[in-house]
Design a protein around this ligand. Structure first.
Ligand SMILES: *Cc1c(COP(=O)(O)O)cnc(C)c1O
Length: 567
């Protein structure tokens, strides 16, 4: 594959920085929602012909390949892939200083092309070069691998190296958009770049043109979980980062105690947003004194619609992929054809599950899907709060499909997977449960399109947005979810899907969540599915016409353009 950078540097661009970008399943440069969102953002930018260039790290050994034994114990293997199959290595190189060594960075060019031929380049940064010391060659190998020092080195390569690379390649950048705080060191490089050239100043700080840098930067924060915000102790920073900007200046912008990447990004951006309305509010509480907006996430409609649904939309809603607003006319699709397209996706999934796990699932049983990162707050086991009650409600009427990876150091996340395996054994004569390993984008599409109900049970308010439920809606699959993140905005009870637990303005109550989950399954969801197909298909239509209509990345990108990029 050959591509040239020259066609992309003719007009000024928005630079979109993200530690992970998921554009396709066979390029494991993502771990979950953040990376998939970045990929969807870039695809919509390409479709809408927006002037954007994306920057990330290459992660040649991926996140990890998940192995599970019969007890659901997870082990991790490298997920190696060959960039040469997808992208072109450019000749330009830049360097950064890490632990007083000069570390060279190379760039790979991947091109995302829309169906109309409009393109967005992604620059993948790579330190695996012969001129680098052996320890530095691995800096860009593993996504979220290693210790704090490893992470800081990656963030130097991404933020500082990435900014230098854009200059080296000849890009003129109008805005720098930081997708989460990992890339916030780019603000330090910009401070250096726009340093005021004044000889004598009464206050040394005046040489740093913070206002200029702020006018160039946009920051999207993604997590209400405190541990999700990178913080580095200053002794580590001094040892590894060397002196790009005096440490006292950094401390003023990024915190006295630690270099807090979120603080740095907050202080040097003039547009800051959370990823759903509720998350914007939660972020305001976490970071008082900052003006924080909200742009609710969306997913890339064409990517997240399965083949049978695509054919149906092409027939009745032509133009839908580039104009998801057309979903408003979903009522034109005949009920039987909508149901048949869904059943085609369901058969495809059930066949896959039976092949992979020998569970013996069938096509006609109400099938619930739950797939996401296996981590404590997502509560994959909420459904197992009362196993007898679940068995009573669901015997012969329910089957459940799970998937998800736990971060290699997330012990409680790993235990969640083992718990699912344990219950799967226990209930196997009453409710068929399957766990599919190696959750990735390809499997995600199979799942969100092939199940009947998409379940989400996060502990509020920890789900910033959530996007897999939006993918489900693109396939006419209704959500059954705790009122957190995007679902607060998408939920109309019994119409687009169902809520679990209390209204958003009432304090969280985990015990009530489980009770409500069982109650609605038993009294509403199961009876409607088996006894009232007409109503069920109305709900499927509303998932498309009211949720997919809005929760797509085309709408999201139009808002980033008008609210964040052009101001
Ligand atoms: C969409 C997606 C996610 C994010 O889903 P959430 O609902 O936000 O947790 C994670 N992993 C993969 C592979 C996905 O496709």
């Amino acid at each position: 594959m050959t591509a040239s950078i020259a066609e992309f540097t003719k007009e000024p661009k928005i630079a979109y920085f993200s530690m992970e970008i998921g554009v396709r399943s066979d390029m494991p440069t993502y771990s979950g929602g953040l990376g998939v969102l970045a990929g969807d953002t870039i695809k919509s930018a390409a479709d809408l012909n927006l002037p954007l260039v994306a920057v990330t790290i290459l992660t040649k050994k991926g996140y990890f390949k998940q192995e599970l034994d019969i007890y659901g114990r997870q082990t991790e293997l490298p997920d190696e892939w060959d960039p040469n199959n997808f992208m072109t290595q450019l000749k330009e190189k830049v360097s950064v200083f890490i632990e007083d060594r000069e570390v060279y960075i190379s760039a790979w060019l991947y091109v995302v092309e829309s169906m109309r031929g409009t393109k967005v380049p992604i620059i993948f940064l790579d330190t695996d070069l012969p001129e680098n010391a052996p320890e530095d060659r691995g800096i860009t190998h593993y996504l979220y691998g290693g210790d704090q020092a490893y992470r800081l080195k990656q963030e130097i390569v991404l933020g500082i190296g990435g900014t230098r690379m854009l200059d080296e390649l000849g890009f003129e950048i109008k805005k720098y958009h930081m997708n989460e705080g990992h890339s916030a060191l780019l603000t330090l490089e910009l401070l250096k770049k726009y340093k005021r050239d004044i000889e004598e100043v009464w206050d040394e700080r005046l040489v740093w043109d913070e206002e200029k840098v702020r006018s160039l930067c946009v920051f999207t924060t993604h997590t209400p979980v405190a541990a999700g915000h990178d913080k580095f102790p200053y002794d580590l920073v001094q040892k590894i980062m060397c002196n790009i900007i005096p440490i006292n200046v950094i401390q003023e912008l990024a915190g006295r105690e630690h270099l807090n990447m979120t603080m740095l990004a907050l202080n040097l951006s003039n547009y800051i947003n959370g990823v759903a309305k509720k998350h914007g509010e939660v972020s305001k509480g976490m970071f008082p004194g900052y003006e924080i907006h909200a742009i609710t996430n969306g997913v890339h409609s064409f990517t997240w619609t399965c083949d049978s649904m695509k054919r149906l939309y092409d027939k009745y809603l032509p133009g839908w992929a580039n104009e998801p607003e057309i979903f408003v006319r979903v009522g034109r699709i005949p009920d039987d054809e909508l149901w048949e397209a869904h059943m085609e996706a369901k058969r495809h999934l059930i066949d896959y599950v039976n092949r992979e796990t020998q569970t013996g699932m069938n096509y006609d049983t109400l099938t619930i899907g739950f797939a996401r990162r296996a981590t404590a707050y997502k509560r994959a086991d909420l459904l197992f709060t009362d196993i007898d009650r679940l068995a009573y409600i669901g015997e012969g009427r329910l089957q459940i499909i799970y998937a998800g990876k736990a971060h290699p150091r997330d012990e409680s996340g790993k235990q969640l997977i083992q718990r699912i395996f344990e219950i799967k054994e226990k209930l196997k004569d009453k409710i068929k449960i399957a766990f599919l390993k190696n959750y990735n984008m390809e499997l995600a599409l199979k799942l969100v399109s092939g199940v009947d109900v998409w379940l989400n049970t996060p502990l509020r308010p920890l789900e910033a947005s959530g996007t897999s439920g939006m993918k489900a809606t693109h396939n006419g699959v209704p959500n059954f979810s705790v009122l957190d993140g995007w679902w607060i905005e998408g939920w109309i009870e019994g119409f687009t899907g169902w809520a679990i637990g209390p209204l958003p303005d009432v304090p969280a109550d985990p015990a009530r969540d489980a009770d409500d989950l069982y109650y609605k399954l038993e009294t509403v969801i199961i009876p409607t599915f088996y006894n009232d197909k007409h109503t069920w298909i109305r709900i499927m239509q509303n998932a498309i016409g009211k949720n997919a209509y809005y929760f797509n990345s085309h709408r999201m990108m139009r808002r980033y353009v008008t609210e964040a990029y052009i101001r």
